[in-house]
Design a binder for this molecule. Structure first.
Ligand code: GLY
Length: 423
C-alpha cells in the first residue's frame, strides 16, 4: 500500500514508526514530517492545512490511504477533500471534527444527547463571562472555544485569575479560536484518555493512557498539550473502560451519524473518573499527543488494517487489537519557555544514539541543519519513550535515556506516572 501520513509531531512520528513495520506497506510519504520521521520514508514539504496541495500529493503518489494526524488538518476539511478525490481517508470530516474544533459545539452536543459532562456557559463578551462566574465555584475552568494546541485551557484557583483568563482569551491571545470563551464546572476525580475507532457505523475501543497536562512536577504550572504519558494506567479497570465506551464513545458515534456526519477515524475521549462515574471533559478528533506514542509502543497488532478499515467502512471485519503485556512510558523534553513562548534554536545532542531495546525517541519539534545538527524547533521537542516488563522498568529506561540527551534550556517532568508508582 502507498500511504500518505499528514503531520509533523511526536504523534505522527509514532504513527510512522508503527506503519513502517507493516508488511502491507509499499511506500510511506509524510507531509511535512520531521527529521526523525525522515528515516522512515519520504518527507515532502506540504503543510497540514494545505488541502489542495495534499490532495495533489495523494493523487501523484497514488495513495491507497491518507492518514490524518493533527486536528488542524481535520478543521481545514482535509478528509472531505481526500474522500471527494476518491481516496480512502483515516480522519473525520470537518463537520464531525467540530467535536474538537469547537468546545461550545461539543458542550451543546453533549447536552442534546444526554452525555454525562459538567455544567457550562458560553460567552463572547468579557462582562457577561465575568458575571457568569457567579454560577460556578473555584477552581474555575476557562477555555478558548476553538483550537489552541492544548494551551487554551486555564484552571483558575481564584476569581481574579479567572477574570484575567477571560480577558486574555477574549482579548485575542488565541486569535479567532478565542472569539468565544467556555466556562465549565470543575470536575473532581482522575482524568483519563480513551481512544475509540469508528468507520461511520462500527466502533471499537483502541487503547487508553494517562497524560500529565501540567507543565511541572507535582501537577503544577500552566496547562500544556501534555508532558508525558504511560499505559496501561491502573485507573483503567475493565469496568471503567466499558462504561466510557457505553456512556460516552458509542452514544457519540450514534449521535454524530444521526446529525449527518458519520465519524471515520479515532475519537479521543478525555474524561474525568468522578465518584458518580465517567464524565466527559472534552473530545479530540485524532490520537492524543503524547498518548499515541505509548499506544504505538504497546500495539502488537499491525496498525495499517485498522486505519484502512476505518476509512473503508470495514471495521466489523477486524478483531479487537492485541496489546503487549508490557508497560510503556513517554517523557516529553520541552523547550525553554514552553508552553508560553518556547525558545527555538538550541542544539540537541544525544537524541539519535542507539539506546537499546525498548527505547524509542520520537521527534516532536525539531529541525536539522545542513551539517546534521539537530535543533529545538517547537515547544515539545522530543518524546523519549520506553517499553518494559512493568511500569517501573519502563520508567527507569525512559529516564535513563533522557539523562543522555542534552537540550540546553529545556526541561521535562521527572514524575511521569506517579499515580502508578504510588498505588
Ligand atoms: N495529550 C492531550 C492531547 O493530545 O490533547
Amino acid at each position: 500500500m502507498n500511504i500518505l501520513l499528514v503531520g509533523s509531531g511526536g504523534r505522527e512520528h509514532a504513527l510512522a514508526w508503527k506503519i513502517a513495520q507493516s508488511p502491507l506497506l509499499t511506500r510511506l510519504v509524510m507531509a511535512p514530517g520531521n527529521p526523525g520521521m525522515a528515516a522512515l520514508g519520504e518527507v515532502v514539504q506540504v503543510k497540514v492545512t494545505d488541502v489542495a496541495g495534499l490532495v495533489t500529493l495523494a493523487r501523484e503518489m497514488t495513495a491507497d490511504l491518507v492518514v490524518i494526524g493533527p486536528e488542524s488538518a481535520v478543521e481545514a476539511g482535509l478528509a472531505d477533500a481526500i474522500v471527494a478525490a476518491g481516496i480512502p481517508c483515516f480522519g473525520p470530516s470537518q463537520a464531525a471534527g467540530q467535536l474538537e474544533s469547537s468546545k461550545a459545539f461539543t458542550k451543546a452536543f453533549a447536552e442534546r444527547h444526554g452525555l454525562p459532562t459538567g455544567a457550562y456557559v458560553v460567552c463572547d463578551e468579557a462582562p457577561a463571562a465575568k458575571a457568569a462566574l457567579d454560577r460556578f465555584s473555584p477552581p474555575y475552568v476557562i477555555k478558548a472555544d476553538g483550537l489552541a494546541a492544548g494551551k487554551g485551557v486555564v484552571i483558575a484557583q481564584t476569581r481574579d485569575e479567572a477574570e484575567a483568563a477571560i480577558d486574555d482569551t477574549l482579548g485575542g491571545r488565541f486569535g479567532a479560536a478565542g472569539a468565544r470563551v467556555v466556562i465549565e464546572e470543575f470536575l473532581e476525580g482522575e482524568i483519563g484518555s480513551l481512544f475509540a475507532l469508528c468507520d461511520g457505523t462500527t466502533s471499537m475501543v483502541f487503547g487508553h493512557a494517562q497524560d500529565h497536562k501540567r507543565a511541572y512536577d507535582g501537577e503544577k504550572g500552566p496547562n500544556t498539550g501534555g508532558m508525558g504519558t504511560y499505559a496501561p494506567a491502573p485507573l483503567f479497570t475493565d469496568e471503567l473502560v466499558d462504561r466510557v465506551r457505553k456512556e460516552l464513545a458509542e452514544p457519540t458515534f450514534a449521535a454524530i451519524a444521526a446529525e449527518g456526519a458519520p465519524y471515520r477515524g479515532v475519537l479521543f475521549v478525555e474524561f474525568m473518573a468522578t465518584r458518580g462515574g465517567p464524565r466527559l471533559v472534552e473530545f479530540n478528533v485524532r490520537f492524543g499527543d503524547p498518548e499515541c506514542q505509548v499506544l504505538m509502543l504497546r500495539l502488537e497488532s499491525d496498525l495499517v488494517p485498522y486505519l484502512t478499515a476505518c476509512a473503508r467502512g470495514e471495521l466489523d471485519k477486524l478483531p479487537p487489537p492485541v496489546w503487549r503485556n508490557e508497560a510503556a512510558v513517554c517523557v516529553v523534553m520541552a523547550a525553554e519557555g514552553y508552553p508560553g513562548a518556547p525558545v527555538a534554536g538550541a542544539a540537541i545532542t544525544g537524541a539519535d544514539q542507539g539506546f537499546g531495546d525498548g527505547v524509542v525517541v520520537f521527534h516532536a519539534g525539531t529541525s536539522k541543519d545542513a551539517d546534521g545538527t539537530l535543533r529545538v524547533a517547537g515547544g515539545r521537542a522530543l518524546n523519549v519513550c520506553a517499553i518494559g516488563a512493568d511500569f517501573p522498568a519502563a520508567r527507569q529506561a525512559a529516564y535513563a535515556a533522557v539523562d543522555q540527551i542534552r537540550m540546553p534550556g529545556g526541561f521535562y517532568r521527572s514524575d511521569i506516572g506517579w499515580r502508578a508508582l504510588n498505588r
